[in-house]
Design a protein around this ligand. Structure first.
Ligand code: CTP
Ligand code: CA
Length: 227
């Protein structure tokens, strides 16, 4: 009984997830990016599918595969492409989880031909990308929208700021400086905080197990059940 009801926790739900880094090109051979592996986002996609959801996974460039046939994968490269893909799938989604590490800046000027080296320094001017999560928070109707916060200092304080500023239903705070947590590895430890500021510590464990706990917390919040 227990097992069955857990399996069906997200059946009938459409879950939109973003994963991985973005790449911001400056010329045909060079780009700016970050250390995101995509593992947390892919784990969320797998677990959501295991819980019965229909999943759309929008991912930046990663070396991972999504095996579940209930996961529709959409590959993007830049923050601008991720913005388009997320907004395309947003209206038909019930739950949105933004696990991607989106570049905050991109080169203001790009070049169609490879830049040749010259004597002296190269100054690259960077401009802001759009905040995808914030734009989804502003557009929100029936959707449950959750974001991640990657922090190295005062994680809960900065995380709560993001929850409020971006009009989210939950924030998953990731202290990326903590032992066993963060971008590259197979484990993580996070703090899940909902709009009412109910807080759940999900202590160090595999990204797969973290993903399941996050999804069950979201499911409970959508039904307004205590954790
Ligand atoms: N995010 C986004 N679009 C951006 C930047 C961030 O959608 N251009 C999303 C991330 O996917 C994540 C959340 O916002 O879910 C928080 O990202 P994070 O980098 O922790 O915070 P920022 O708001 O970018 O602030 P800062 O990097 O200055 O801490
Ligand atoms: Ca950022």
């Amino acid at each position: 009984e227990q097992h069955q009801s857990t399996q069906a926790e997200l059946s009938g739900k459409k879950v939109l997830i973003s994963a991985g880094p973005t790449q911001e090109r400056i010329d045909p051979v060079r780009f700016f990016t970050n250390h995101s592996s995509g593992k947390m986002g892919f784990a969320l996609a797998e677990e959501a599918a295991n819980l019965g959801a229909e999943v759309v996974l929008v991912t930046g460039p990663v070396s991972l595969e999504a095996r579940n046939s209930q996961i529709k994968r959409v590959d993007v490269v830049s923050a601008a492409e991720m913005y388009e893909a997320m907004h395309d799938h947003f209206p038909s989604s019930d739950i949105v989880i933004k696990a991607a590490a989106v570049a905050d800046y991109r080169p203001k000027q790009t070049f169609d031909e490879k830049m040749k080296k010259q004597s002296g320094n190269w100054h690259v001017e960077m401009e802001r990308t759009q905040d995808i999560l914030q734009s989804l928070g502003e557009r929100k109707a029936h959707q449950f929208v959750a974001g991640f916060a990657a922090e190295t200092t005062s994680p809960v304080e900065y995380g709560l700021n993001k929850l409020n500023k971006k009009n989210l239903d939950a924030i998953i705070i990731n202290d990326v400086a903590a032992e066993g947590a963060g971008f590259a590895g197979d484990t993580n430890a996070v703090t899940y905080v909902n709009k009412a500021e109910d807080t759940k510590e999900i202590t160090l464990r595999s990204k797969q197990e973290i993903a399941k706990e996050i999804l069950l917390s979201i499911s409970r919040d959508m039904k307004d059940e205590p954790k």
